[in-house]
Design a protein around this ligand. Structure first.
Ligand code: HEM
Length: 408
């Protein structure tokens, strides 16, 4: 058995900020060469196992001996996220931080809202929403247009607002707080305030819906819990928080990066323009290629586990690097090549196992509709600045672009 030790990598701060969206940090490739699982230090000092291998990553994510309980002391965390963790500790967890039967029950309660059939029924409305924001883009005389504010953020925000029952008129409020929360360089008091303000906002919204139910997910959850005699206001707020946050920020970043990725590779864009039936496959490849979430798929071992030639001891933290796993050359040939026809559906950009993304099919539909509609309606769309001049979210928990100026 080979125990990889903290050696030359001790000073390396992981995760490494990703400056260029079209490459993986060189350090990741070096770590993979060292083995599928290596001991590293996270920014701030926590010592954890870093999983580069796809097979090992999937095995851990499917293994119940690894816990998602973010309140555990050794759950992997970078220093700048510590204050946020303390804030979350004082509140009931949402499903993403639960294990076993508790997690299964929390997930079961909402899974019916995200079935393929249910989401397919939303397609026409999502198409309308996408068309509406593209109409606005086309109606403006100003150039360049920032894709992030014109399309990437408003589409998933409005979609999730309608699904959950959050007034879209409040989008500036919750988007600003989400942005502050995910940005690691925001002062910790401001990030904590963002958590408090978002929770207070959602607590008030849920209270309102308790007496004024609407035709929305939050109201249906309240109704269900009431019928079952399990109404728990604080737990509902935690669930509401997770869905609002996860429902717009991730998809928004994938829209921005996806458009960038396709504009950067006209040959690949030509494939979906020629045959839109290939867009779903292109979406999978873009999800793999950009793998925008990283620390989200962390775990802590509850007992000793032998994996990838090492022993992960009970209480040790593990980070399954989605980007490394999805760029594992043993699984994906020439992973640095964006190839929309490769058939990348087995990527782990949505995680794997019991916590695999609940909203993945919603995200897929949104991405497919946005890419098809945008490039059909604005066929001459192009970037209005060089890629290396764009501000990327190298300092955030979810990778993306802060601004994408486009013109046509
Ligand atoms: C491109 C967009 C998205 C990406 C890349 C993404 C990624 C992920 C990943 C990697 C996980 C696994 C976390 C873990 O293993 O601990 C996850 C979980 C989750 N995602 Fe997403 N997500 C996206 C969109 C969405 C949307 C639109 C929603 C909608 C409401 C959503 C809701 C959730 C929820 C509730 C969980 C927790 C599931 C559980 O713990 O059982 N996500 N997501």
């Amino acid at each position: 058995m080979t125990e990889t030790v903290v050696g030359e990598l001790a000073d390396l701060e992981l995760p490494v900020p990703r400056r260029c969206p079209f490459t993986q940090p060189a350090e990741y490739a070096r770590l993979r060469e060292q083995g599928p699982i290596s001991k590293v230090r996270l920014a701030g000092g926590a010592e954890v196992w870093w999983v580069s291998g796809y097979e090992e990553g999937r095995a851990i994510l499917a293994d119940r001996r690894f816990s998602s309980d973010r309140r555990k002391d050794n759950f992997p965390i970078v220093d700048s996220d510590r204050a946020i963790r303390e804030r979350f500790r004082s509140q009931p967890p949402s499903m993403i931080g639960m294990d076993g039967a508790e997690h299964a029950a929390a997930r079961r309660a909402v899974v019916g809202e995200f079935t393929v059939r249910r989401l397919a029924a939303l397609r026409p409305r999502i198409q309308q929403i996408v068309d509406r924001f593209i109409d606005d883009m086309l109606a403006t005389d100003e150039r360049p247009v920032d894709l992030v504010t014109a399309l990437s953020l408003p589409v998933p925000s409005l979609v999730i607002c309608e699904l959950l029952g959050v007034p879209y008129t409040d989008h500036d409020f919750f988007q600003a707080r989400t942005a502050a929360l995910i940005r690691r360089t925001t002062a910790s008091e401001e990030r904590q305030r963002a958590v408090d303000e978002l929770r207070a906002y959602l607590a008030e919204l849920i209270t309102h819906k308790e007496s004024h139910p609407g035709d929305d997910l939050y109201s249906r959850q309240i109704d269900k819990q009431r019928e079952e005699g399990t109404l728990d206001h604080a737990a509902l707020v935690s669930m509401a928080f997770l869905l609002l946050l996860a429902g717009h920020e991730t998809t928004a970043n994938m829209i921005s990066l996806g458009v960038l990725g396709l504009l950067n590779r006209p040959d690949q864009l030509a494939v979906i323009k020629a045959d839109p039936d290939k867009t779903p496959m292109a979406v999978e490849e873009l999800l793999r290629y950009f793998s925008i979430v990283e620390m989200v798929t962390s775990r802590v071992a509850t007992e000793d586990v032998e994996i990838g030639g090492v022993t992960v001891k009970a209480d040790e933290g593990v980070v399954i690097s989605g980007l490394s796993a999805n760029w594992d050359p043993a699984i994906f040939d020439d992973p640095a090549d964006l190839d929309v026809e490769r058939g990348a559906r087995h990527h782990i950009a949505f995680g794997y196992g019991p916590h695999q993304c609940l909203g993945q099919n919603l995200a897929r539909i949104e991405l497919q509709i946005v890419f098809d509609t945008l490039f059909r309606r604005i066929p001459t769309l192009r970037l209005a600045a060089p890629v290396d001049a764009l501000p990327f979210k190298a300092d955030a928990n979810i990778y993306g672009a802060y601004e994408v100026p486009v013109t046509w």
